[in-house]
Design a protein around this ligand. Structure first.
Ligand SMILES: NC(=O)c1ccc[n+]([C@@H]2O[C@H](COP(=O)([O-])OP(=O)(O)OC[C@H]3O[C@@H](n4cnc5c(N)ncnc54)[C@H](O)[C@@H]3O)[C@@H](O)[C@H]2O)c1
Length: 362
């Protein structure tokens, strides 16, 4: 019989529900312990999963140290990310940790040093590598379907922060907790998509902006200043010579979860979007001067699930395109470069620190 992995789940909010669902869909995982600082969330989720009081931890370090837990899934707000990753590395516990890797790059640097001394199987929650359309787009590009890639655009738009919803002040607007706004939340996914498709960043120029500078406190109703961006745009040159533009906001009215990529090569174009996750549009020259636009169904081989790859990692293997520890670290470095460019109003070259991933061992 195949081994079942006993999971300790930290952070029991909205995204944790998705993780539980994803684990169930793959099988081979059982949540045996949970942690949250919110007693109600702990009681509700702990109860729903049938866990005894002794497996409901308010302190995540105790959960990580629990010998009944084989691996950690971390789904907390961003200010806890670095502490959880550090505790997992110190305990030698494999983990899947949500993005962004940390709040700021300064938190990421000592984690890399620790990881290099004491590596554990680690995966970062760059979920969109598992959107079939993006995976297929990568396969097509690598297979030469549109010739050499020259430029691209990536956008990630959501609408829940728009003025029409009068969205209150949440942790996602609090710099101390979140680090950056739409940039770290959605921009980290765009950066990961660019790295997944094209490789490393070489240089970028950025602009951040806060569209709604005050939001009401949910309990008092009083206005609270928003210290983070809710719009981010940047342009980048990649190490492979291609250039791209990026935009993200959570204030795009009508955009539910719209993450999309357009890739322009010498011989054609590919469009892929979360709005149509099982199809890719390819435009290319079929005969001299004649363009053909084809909607391609994504083949089943591109329908890998995130937890299938986590399973492969726990079993001592890896998988093509698995977002690992260094993907989290490099992503945080690019996020930091975006902030630096915005603040200094200058282009920023990458890497900020050390060699690129290709020079290191995963
Ligand atoms: N990969 C994706 O597509 C994706 C999508 C949404 C959210 N996320 C990420 O998931 C994380 C959580 O987002 P969410 O929407 O679930 O947030 P949420 O606010 O709904 O839930 C966070 C939970 O963490 C708990 N928590 C806070 N501090 C804690 C601590 N010290 N120890 C244990 N628990 C603690 C909170 O009480 C809350 O229950 C964020 O980092 C976010 O960026 C990723």
């Amino acid at each position: 019989m195949k081994r079942e992995y006993r999971i300790g789940l930290i952070g029991l909010g909205g995204m944790a529900r998705e993780h539980i669902h994803w684990m169930d869909a793959v099988g081979r995982f059982r949540v045996v312990a949970v942690s949250d600082v919110d007693a109600e969330a702990l009681a509700n989720v702990g109860g729903r999963l049938g866990l005894g009081e002794e497996k409901r931890y308010s302190d995540f370090v105790r959960l990580i140290d629990d010998p009944d837990v084989d691996a950690i899934v971390s789904v907390t707000p961003n200010h806890v990310h670095a502490d959880i990753v550090r505790a997992c590395l110190l305990a030698g516990k494999p983990f899947l940790a949500e993005k962004p890797f940390t709040r700021v790059f300064e938190e990421a640097v000592p984690l890399l040093e620790l990881y290099e001394r004491r590596p554990v199987p680690a995966m970062i929650g760059f979920t969109y590598r598992y959107t079939p359309a993006f995976r297929y787009a990568r396969e097509l590009v690598r297979g030469g379907a549109i010739g050499a890639v020259r430029s691209f655009s990536i956008q990630y738009l959501q609408g829940w922060g728009s003025a029409i919803y009068d969205t209150p002040y949440l942790w996602r607007y609090n710099k101390e907790i979140t680090g950056t706004g739409a940039l770290g939340d959605l921009g980290s996914h765009m950066i990961d998509m660019a790295r997944y498709l094209f490789g490393e960043f070489e240089e970028l120029t950025a602009m951040l902006h806060t569209i709604i500078p005050e939001r009401r406190d949910p309990s008092s109703g009083k206005p609270v200043r928003v210290e983070v961006d809710d719009f981010a745009s940047f342009g980048a040159r990649m190490a492979d010579g291609s250039v791209g533009v990026f935009q993200t906001t959570r204030n795009a009215v009508g955009s539910g979860n719209q993450h999309e990529v357009s890739i322009y090569g010498d011989r054609g174009t590919i469009h892929a979007s979360t709005l149509d996750p099982d199809r890719v549009v390819r435009i290319r020259e079929e005969a001299p001067g004649q363009l053909a636009r084809t909607t391609l169904e994504v083949p089943n081989r591109c329908k890998t699930k995130q937890y299938e790859d986590f399973l492969a990692l726990l079993e001592g293997g890896t998988a093509d395109g698995l977002p690992g520890f260094l993907d989290g670290f490099r992503n945080q470095e690019v996020l930091d470069a975006v902030v630096r460019s915005h603040v200094t109003k200058r282009a920023v070259r990458l890497p900020l620190l050390g060699r690129h991933e290709a020079d290191r061992q995963q």
